[in-house]
Design a binder for this molecule. Sequence first.
Ligand code: SF4
Length: 381
Amino acid sequence: MEILKELETIAKQNVNTTLESARSNGKKIMGYFCSYVPEEVIHAAGFIPYRMRAVESPGTSLGDTYFAPSICSFVRHCFSKALNGDFDFLDGVIFMNGCDHNRRMHDNWRYAKIKPEFLYMLPVPHVVSDASTQKYMNEIKKLARAMETEFDVTITARALEDAIILYNKKRDLLTRIYENRKKKEVPIKGSEFLSIMLAITALPIDIAIEKLELVLKGLEGRVVSSDDDLRLFMAAVCTEEIEHMELIENSGGIVVADKICLGRSHFHTLVELKDDPIRAIAKRYLTHLSCPRMMDDMRRRMAYMHDEIKEYNVDAIIVEKLEFCTLMAGETFLYKNEAGKIDFPILSLDRELFGGGTGQIKTRVQAFFEQVRNIKEMSQN
Ligand code: SF4
């Protein structure tokens, strides 16, 4: 499908031509880390939200001068890119307290005095309660005020409401594309879905919506799976290597469901606009399918996994952790524990982002798939 090829090209680039031309026409671009920074607020301030990424990293050697090797490779790649000037096209970057590694990137970015100048740390609560929703609302208002002051813009309630409609439209289209993977004959691979996610989080929202509509239409009658493919559920956080997912899928599997930051987590739950748009945004971002950073929500995440493996007819789980990612270390334990309760096949991979080692990963994935096939065969006999 032509549109998927186009999106894959965009996904593999740090900056795409659409962003470059928007910028040369005077549009401002705001980088942000993690799915807890509200894109609607950035859009309502007149910026294009750009999800920060490690793709096209020059390697971690520049970032390694600021960070210990016990900091995850996602952070070291992103900071290397910043030192290399790869994010100079941005007008600002919004960080959030997703994990301590990411937090330290904000500190070092300030310390190193590298571009862009506008750096903002958005503190997002770690629990869901009335008090934390109020706190998050206040923080969103502070962020809005900081952008208004720095860039001489006004964020109106009307602009926020319009942004909510647009971003909900994007969520709805992504959900419909994702749900196509329930089919016996799967019309889209996990690696293609990851390409879509990387591309649309680096495009203006109206263009992203146009592209998603084309993808959805193109899925009609399309089949990319074979009867032999194992249907996989994949769980990870800062995963963004298309080639890595291709390696897994080319070994005889197809990712049909996920719990990845650049996957279901990004578009799960719509913003329910009832009265105050900031309250509606705060509620959605705090209560959507949570990241391991959120406390007291493990049961809901594990229930999500159980539901997905049933609904998407999953054969096996692959859970991935980047080296030294403490959040995913705890989550991996939970996934293994849950899978153990129902005797469900699970493979856990520890690796570095863009770190190679493909031969070893391939061998482990192939051996795991063989094991899963044997179990399936035995249960059918
Ligand atoms: S991979 Fe883990 S440690 Fe690194 S930024 Fe993501 S959540 Fe934080």
